[in-house]
Design a protein around this ligand. Structure first.
Ligand code: GDP
Ligand code: ZN
Length: 458
C-alpha cells in the first residue's frame, strides 16, 4: 500500500535562501538517481551523506538547478522509508523545475501531513507524538513549544503505556481466574479489580489535571485590557510587545471578526483579544458601547483592569469593578512612580490582595508581579513545576475521560459482584480508549482527519 513515492516542498513557499524538497518511499533513491548529476551516482551514495550537483533533465541532460542532495536510507529517516532531500535555491521557479521533474518520475505530490503519517505507520512515532508535531509548528510561546517538544519525544505516550500496562495486568488476572468460579477466587479477583482500577483512575486523573494548564499554554489566556483614558493601556501593550518577543499573528479567515495578538509575560502566553479594536477606539470605558470592545470583555478568560494610581478612583472604574465581580480580573495600579491617591481599602473590597498589582510601566516595574498574579489565578501559583507533560489536545482529553468512565463502571461492577467476564468488557474498553490516544487502536478515518491538519511537506 505504501510502495509509492511521495514528494513535496517542505519549506515555506515563496522566496527564501533555500527551499527543501523532500522525497520519500522505498524507490525514492532509485527514482531521483537519473535526475541528479554529481561526482558519484546517488544510487551508490551512503546513507546520511550530502552531495553537491545538478538536477538535470533525464531527456537531454540539461542542467535545471544547482542543488545539494541528502540521502537517508530507511529505517533511519523521518518517515522510516528511504528519503531524499533536495536543497534548491529558494525561489518559485527553482522549486517548480525540480518538482516537475520529480512528478514525471511516477512520484506523486504528497498530501498534507503524509510524511508524518508515514512516520506513524512505520512505527517511528505514535499518534500522540505525531499530533505534537502539529503543536510544535503552531506553538506561540517558548513554553508551549517546550511542552510540544517533550510530547514529540514521547512523554505522554510513556504515561499512557504505563496505564495500559496496568490494564493488561488486570486483564491477565481476570483471564486466569475466569475459569474458576469458586466463590473465594471470585471475591479476591473483585478486590484486585477494585484496587487496580482505582490506581489507573488516579493516573488518568493526574493527567486530566494538567489539561487546563495545557490548554492555556497551547492557546494562551484570552485577555482584555480595560481602563479609563490615559491610565496606560497602550503603554502596557507596547511594553508587552517590546519586551516579550511578541509573536504578532493576524489570523485571517477566522470566522469571528476578532483580531488576536499573542504576547508572553515571562512564560505565560496571553492572547490579547481584539486589542487592535481597543487600540483604535483607545478607551473602552468611553466607548463601552462599542460592540467589539464589549465582545472582548465577554470572551476574555482574564481582564486586566488598568488604573492610574495617581488619581482617585472614578465612578466608571467602580462600575467596572462591580461588573467584573466573579470574573478572573487583575487590577493594575499603574503609575506608581507618582504619589498614590487610590484608596486601597476600596480596592480590597473588590479584589484579593494577590490580584492587585502595583506597577510603573514608565519605570518598567511590576511586570514580574503581574506574571505572579496570573499564575496564582490560573495555575494555583505553581506553573514552574518542572515536568512538562501536559495533556492539551481535546481528543486526548475526551479519551482519557472515556477511559476513566469505563474503569468506574468496572469498579462499580466489581463492588456489586457482577460476573468477572462482564467486568472484563469494561476493562478492555478502557484499554482500547487509552490505546486510541497513541493510535494503537485508531480508525483510518481518524488518522486521515488528524494528518490532514498538517501543512504540505510535513
Ligand atoms: P491609555 O490611554 O490608557 O492607552 O494610556 P497611554 O498608554 O496612552 O498612556 C497615557 C500617558 O500616561 C502617556 O503619556 C504615558 O507615557 C503615561 N504613562 C503610562 N504609564 C506610566 C507610568 O507608569 N508612570 C507615569 N508617570 N506615566 C505613565
Ligand atoms: Zn491608549
Amino acid at each position: 500500500m505504501l510502495s509509492d513515492t511521495i514528494a513535496a516542498v517542505s519549506t515555506a513557499l515563496g522566496e527564501g535562501g533555500i527551499a527543501i524538497i523532500r522525497v520519500s518511499g522505498p524507490q525514492a533513491i532509485t527514482q531521483v538517481t537519473p535526475l541528479f548529476r554529481s561526482r558519484i551516482s546517488l544510487a551508490d551514495a551512503e546513507s546520511h551523506t550530502v552531495h553537491y550537483g545538478h538536477i538535470i533533465s533525464p531527456v537531454d541532460g540539461e542542467k535545471m538547478e544547482e542543488v545539494l542532495v541528502t540521502v537517508m536510507k530507511g529505517p533511519r529517516s523521518f518517515t522510516t522509508e528511504d528519503v531524499v532531500e533536495i536543497s534548491a535555491h529558494g525561489g518559485i521557479i527553482s522549486v517548480r523545475r525540480v518538482m516537475d521533474l520529480l512528478l514525471q518520475q511516477e512520484i506523486r505530490l504528497a498530501e498534507p501531513g503524509e510524511f508524518t503519517k508515514r512516520a506513524f505507520l512505520g512505527g517511528r512515532i505514535d499518534l500522540s507524538q505525531a499530533e505534537a508535531v502539529i503543536d510544535l509548528i503552531r506553538s506561540k510561546s517558548d513554553r508551549a513549544f517546550s511542552v510540544a517538544l517533550k510530547q514529540v519525544s514521547g512523554s505522554l505516550s510513556e504515561q499512557i503505556h504505563i496505564l495500559r500496562h496496568s490494564l493488561i495486568e488486570m486483564l491477565a488476572h481476570i483471564e486466569v481466574n475466569i475459569d474458576y468460579p469458586e466463590h473465594d477466587v471470585e471475591s479476591v479477583t473483585a478486590e484486585f479489580i477494585k484496587d487496580k482500577s482505582t490506581e489507573v483512575m488516579e493516573g488518568i486523573n493526574k493527567l486530566l489535571k494538567t489539561s487546563n494548564e495545557g490548554k492555556i499554554l497551547r492557546e494562551g489566556i484570552t485577555t482584555a485590557i480595560i481602563g479609563r483614558p490615559n491610565v496606560g493601556k497602550s503603554s502596557l501593550l507596547n511594553a508587552l510587545a517590546r519586551d516579550n518577543k511578541a509573536i504578532v499573528t493576524d489570523i485571517p479567515g477566522t470566522t469571528r471578526d476578532v483580531i488576536e495578538e499573542y504576547v508572553t509575560i515571562n512564560n505565560i502566553p496571553l492572547k490579547l483579544l481584539d486589542t487592535a479594536g481597543i487600540r483604535d477606539t483607545m478607551d473602552v470605558v468611553e466607548k463601552i458601547g462599542v460592540e467589539r470592545s464589549r465582545a472582548a470583555v465577554v470572551d476574555a478568560d482574564l481582564i486586566l483592569l488598568v488604573l492610574n494610581s495617581n488619581d482617585e478612583l472614578h465612578a466608571d472604574e467602580l462600575a467596572l469593578m462591580e461588573q467584573f465581580k466573579g470574573r478572573q480580573c487583575i487590577c493594575l495600579m499603574n503609575k506608581m512612580d507618582l504619589p498614590s491617591k487610590v484608596d486601597k481599602e476600596t480596592l480590597l473590597s473588590f479584589f484579593e490582595e494577590s490580584s492587585i498589582v502595583p506597577m510603573s510601566i514608565l519605570e518598567e516595574k511590576g511586570l514580574d508581579k503581574l506574571e505572579e498574579a496570573i499564575s496564582t489565578l490560573f495555575f494555583g501559583g505553581k506553573l514552574e513545576s518542572g515536568d512538562l507533560t501536559y495533556v492539551s489536545n481535546v481528543r486526548h482529553i475526551a479519551l482519557l475521560k472515556k477511559a476513566y468512565r469505563s474503569l468506574m463502571d468496572a469498579y462499580e461492577a466489581a463492588e456489586l459482584h457482577v460476573p468477572i467476564d462482564l467486568i472484563q468488557i469494561d476493562v478492555r474498553l478502557a484499554w482500547e480508549q487509552l490505546g486510541e490516544i497513541i493510535g494503537d487502536t485508531a480508525a483510518d478515518s481518524l488518522l486521515d482527519q488528524i494528518f490532514s491538519q498538517f501543512c504540505l511537506g510535513k
